[in-house]
Design a protein around this ligand. Structure first.
Ligand code: PEP
Ligand code: MN
Length: 263
């Protein structure tokens, strides 16, 4: 169902009027994890000031260590909804359990399925049964074929509003947190009719690479870019090293010359 052979025209995923896949770049920013209302609101204010519409933030955090901050859960979803309503933004957040799907759709505009759950088939099936867009991230050890099959699981249940997100894969290279598989973007766009985004934060794990990676993503045909922004990354409860602060976000936006800004 997700194959280009089944449908030749591009799927456009509508998120409160933002048409992902319409040929324009769409940018998603927000903190790694929702920590407080004030924290999310300060990022939302910066996002809104740039004329952007999409906000991210993790409420359920699938952390490598069980002793690390696991997220605020439903309380985090409530904060996101409150901020989204106040600032007129759409929110994207990860859900890690099929049991939370029904609750989550009441608070979120887009359900994210994270890299660690790309082959959690019960979660994929649950995401296939909702009437909300799904942002599906590539598993860190998943082939492109496995990634496409994961999207197929969602669409097979009836939900065709899927955005694919390349977020880097595991290789022997240690200079970056993961290796951004940049050519996955055109391959996914050739093989499927779905929009494709690139997460430059989790793929690179390096602040100095966010801008060049975002430029590369858009140049190679990505429909959007996701990156993490935190008002005070030094005290962030997760991904402290690679989140941009608000000044860096401002600089990132000024230097990421979007096609619409290039005369
Ligand atoms: C995230 O986007 O918050 C996240 C945890 O990313 P990933 O699933 O790609 O590691
Ligand atoms: Mn993160």
């Amino acid at each position: 169902l997700v194959s280009r052979k089944k449908k030749s025209e591009n799927t456009i995923v509508d998120i409160n009027g933002e048409q992902i896949g319409n040929g324009q770049p769409h940018l998603v920013f927000g903190p790694c994890a929702v920590e407080s209302y004030e924290q999310v609101a300060s990022v939302a204010e910066a996002v809104k000031a740039k004329g952007l519409k999409l906000l991210r933030g993790g409420a359920f955090k699938p952390r490598t260590s069980p002793y690390d901050f696991q997220g605020l859960g439903v309380e985090g979803l409530k904060i996101l909804k409150r901020v989204a309503d106040e600032y007129g933004l759409a929110v994207i957040s990860e859900i890690v359990s099929p049991n939370d799907m029904e609750t989550a759709v009441q608070y979120l505009d887009v359900i994210q399925i994270g890299a660690r759950n790309m082959q959690n088939f019960e979660l994929l099936k649950a995401a296939g049964q909702i009437n909300k867009p799904v942002l599906l991230k590539r598993g860190m050890s998943a082939t492109i074929e496995e990634f496409i099959n994961a999207a197929e699981y969602i669409m097979a249940q009836g939900n065709g509003q899927i955005i694919l997100c390349e977020r880097g894969i595991r290789t022997y290279e240690k200079a970056t947190r993961n290796t951004l598989d940049i050519t996955a973007v055109p391959i996914l766009k050739q093989e499927t009719h779905l929009p494709v985004m690139v997460d430059v934060t989790h793929s690179t794990g390096r602040k100095d690479l966010l801008l060049p990676a975002a430029k590369a993503a858009l140049a190679i045909g990505a429909d959007g870019v996701m990156a993490e922004v935190h008002p005070d990354p030094a005290v962030a409860l997760s991904d402290s090293a690679q989140q941009m602060d608000l000044n860096q976000f401002d600089q990132f936006m000024n230097e990421l010359k979007l096609p619409s800004q290039i005369q």
